[in-house]
Design a protein around this ligand. Structure first.
Ligand SMILES: CC(C)(COP(=O)(O)OP(=O)(O)OC[C@H]1O[C@@H](n2cnc3c(N)ncnc32)[C@H](O)[C@@H]1OP(=O)(O)O)[C@@H](O)C(=O)NCCC(=O)NCCS
Length: 153
């Protein structure tokens, strides 16, 4: 069994400002984890939209091993996007830490609701962290997704 990622294990959670070296590494990870397996590439509009989002990543020895982005939808609502953990680093708790970091940031900014489109298969991950599925599954990037939401305390 793999060890859970925790403070002191070398995995750091940091912001990856748009355009920074960390952001570029995170972009490569997103492409490798979220698009290449589907035979897709990150769309130009997705990259352009990145300038409007906040990006956080998990690093180990300076290498990005996980990434997540957040986009403001309205004054109380933020959308969580592009959650990805490197294939060889899953089930170590890195995803959970990225989610907690994203939620802490959102809470601190005064957002009251997080929304996301979860891939079917990853919905169990979000459900385990308090996200509720809303409505019927729909197709996005060629695969089924379900909308999920979480109210921030
Ligand atoms: C989904 C993903 C981000 C989870 O990251 P991770 O680092 O492996 O997750 P963690 O190790 O923090 O797991 C946290 C918990 O969720 C559970 N979990 C993780 N992936 C899960 C899944 N796909 N389905 C159900 N539960 C899952 C784990 O068992 C763990 O629970 P536990 O603490 O009770 O053991 C990662 O699997 C991933 O990058 N997948 C490919 C890309 C993807 O699908 N991204 C989501 C797009 S919406």
């Amino acid at each position: 069994m793999k060890a859970q990622a925790a403070e002191g294990d070398g995995v750091l959670l940091v912001e990856a400002p748009y355009g920074s070296g960390l952001y570029c590494q995170a972009l490569a990870l997103r492409e490798a984890v979220l698009r290449q397996p589907l035979g897709l590439m990150l769309a130009e509009e997705e990259r352009a939209d990145d300038a409007l989002r906040r990006h956080f990543c998990a690093t180990d020895q300076g290498a990005v091993v996980g990434s997540v982005s957040l986009k403001k939808l309205d004054s109380g609502t933020v959308q969580l996007r592009q959650m990805a953990v490197a294939e060889n680093r899953r089930r170590e708790g890195i995803g959970a830490r990225l989610l907690a970091r994203a939620e802490d940031w959102a809470r601190g900014e005064g957002y009251r609701l997080i929304v996301l489109n979860a891939r079917l298969g990853a919905d169990g991950f979000y459900a385990a962290h308090g996200y509720l599925a809303q409505g019927e599954p729909f197709e996005e990037n060629t695969i089924p997704h379900v909308r999920m939401t979480k109210r921030l305390a």
